[in-house]
Write a protein of this length. Structure first.
Length: 246
């Protein structure tokens, strides 16, 4: 036996590739989820954002936490008289023509805003095409639209009667509607509708502004719950619904 003998060499395995390490993201997982959330929220905002610049009509009356609305507050007669003097509204129109007893406005009497005097709508507007613009002093789109009706009324002359009707909401106290008309420089003849009788008779919806077109016999030709963007749009509607070219 040879004590100097050596053990046979054990074969070594071939070099195996080092395990791959996934690249490390520059953004932690939490940051990536935050980014996804922000993108989704932006997409939702874009989807619901209103298109166009045209004002939309409003409905009802502005809410009040206490239940009492500013335009219902009492105002003394001296301030109301001064507001009337400042507003310088045109007189409520009187055609002097025979009234149709079947007119939807027959027998309805409400205050003329410019004077406070009782105004018989059926008798005063008889025999002529009538355009009634229903507005409210707290309605933003109404402030934009009212000057267009005043300009149209000047164009129409005696061919069409144009009357502004302040809605029941805010229509019990003349001071605030008068102040608003003074503020925007509109002198269109106006009527208050404190009990809503006129709106009910002409089937005006609780959408402000709304416009109702009535034939010379006092019957309703069209109820339009929306906003007109120019005097010409009003003229086009008058031609379409009442057959009068202005």
């Amino acid at each position: 036996m040879n004590d100097n003998a050596t053990e046979p060499a054990t074969p070594q395995p071939a070099d195996s590739p080092a395990p791959s390490v996934p690249p490390t993201s520059r953004f932690p997982a939490a940051a990536r989820w935050t980014l996804v959330f922000v993108i989704v929220m932006i997409a939702l905002i874009v989807a619901i954002w209103p298109r166009g610049d045209a004002p939309s009509p409003t409905t009802g009356a502005p809410p009040s936490a206490s239940g009492a609305r500013p335009f219902d507050a009492p105002v003394d007669e001296a301030r109301v008289a001064q507001a009337r003097a400042d507003a310088k509204l045109a007189d409520c129109p009187v055609t002097g023509l025979p009234e149709n007893p079947d007119s939807v406005l027959a027998g309805i009497v409400e205050p003329c805003l410019g004077t406070g005097a009782p105004y018989d709508l059926g008798a005063a507007t008889a025999g002529r095409p009538l355009v009634v613009n229903v507005w409210a002093q707290w309605c933003g789109p109404c402030k934009t639209e009212l000057p267009y009706f005043e300009e149209f009324a000047a164009r129409a002359g005696d061919r069409v009667t144009v009357l502004a009707l302040h809605a029941k909401e805010g229509g019990t106290n003349p001071f605030f509607p008068l102040t608003l008309l003074t503020e925007i420089g509109v002198r269109l003849p106006s009527v208050l509708d404190p009990d809503g009788r006129v709106a009910a008779a002409i089937t005006a919806p609780r959408v402000f502004p709304s416009t109702v077109f009535l034939r010379p016999d006092g019957t309703i030709a069209k109820v339009y719950p929306g906003v007109f963007d120019s005097p010409q749009e009003i003229a086009d509607a008058v031609e379409e619904y009442l057959g009068v070219t202005v």
